[in-house]
Design a protein around this ligand. Sequence first.
Ligand code: NAP
Length: 332
Amino acid sequence: MSYSFKENRYDKMQYRRTGKSGLLLPAVSLGLWHNFGDIDNQQRAREILRLAFDEGITHFDLANNYGPPGGSAEENFGRIFKQDFSDHRDELIISSKAGWGMWPGPYGDHGSKKYLVASLDQSLKRMGLEYVDIFYHHRPDPDTPLEETMRALDLIVRQGKALYVGISSYSATESKAAIDLLRSMGTPCLIHQPKYSMFERWVENGLLDVLKNEGVGCICFSPLAQGLLSNKYLKGIPEDSRALSHRGNGAMDETAVTPDKINKAVQLNEIAKKRGQNLAQLALAWVLRHEIVTSVLIGVSKPEQLTDSIKCLDNLSFADSELKEIDKILQG
Ligand SMILES: NC(=O)c1ccc[n+]([C@@H]2O[C@H](COP(=O)([O-])OP(=O)(O)OC[C@H]3O[C@@H](n4cnc5c(N)ncnc54)[C@H](OP(=O)(O)O)[C@@H]3O)[C@@H](O)[C@H]2O)c1
């Protein structure tokens, strides 16, 4: 028997349409990049997943290389899924990805058909699933013909191993080409997963327009800039920061916490307070202010962070004057 989740779990969460598809995603989704590996507290990981679903978060995002070690987040998720969620598979959107280095040799990285197909098979085994809901190519690969990578995504859908496919971190131009190719194969590109936060605004220079014009969804990762856009860093780096845990795998290190960023966070925090929010809630609401954004993809190291962050949904609208003030701080 799986865990007894709250009956009213769908009452508060907002669900947004993913581009022009039939799929709704929660405005806040949970990523398992960190805090679900073998080095992490498994009881806490389980509590976070239970809490997320109880709060209406129906989307969990994984990748082949999440851990550490790579692969362990999928294994740990698979175990918890079996214990707590097995009666709820049809209520969940589970994603995985391949595109970064996963195993040695020429076939465990980048964007070949060989890598993507083999990697998804491994991910499904690790998670104990028959299919994922969304499978992504994790990053563009300039050396593999785009057509080969897109054909691999198309094949994976036709094989029933993924219901939908997406791309991550592709530029505006690369995205347009990938979207066109997938469409020509009869498998639409469901969604793009870019990095987007107040501290990382590259998507505003073309990508969001492409996604809007093409009817493709957008789920933004690291919307809190890995925690820098929260109360955690207002007085410097706290003891329990991921910046001190030497996790590797793209996690920020101490050098990312610059005085300039802290100074900006302190000023943004004042705006948050005036809106009745804290800085994390402001930062998430700011990303969700775009209609084209389907979901913010957050990470949490403790259940309390999740409870805190989803309160962003209580105030998602911004006055022009607030947006201007925020821009001024960010450009300062
Ligand atoms: N496609 C890609 O290439 C890619 C790349 C990176 C991430 N992602 C996806 O995006 C997900 C989220 O990325 P992320 O973890 O960088 O997101 P994030 O939401 O920007 O950062 C999460 C971290 O911020 C801190 N935090 C979260 N909520 C907080 C709160 N309310 N108050 C104070 N601090 C808070 C915690 O840091 P501490 O851990 O220090 O407590 C937490 O681990 C990943 O799990 C993954 O699914 C995708």
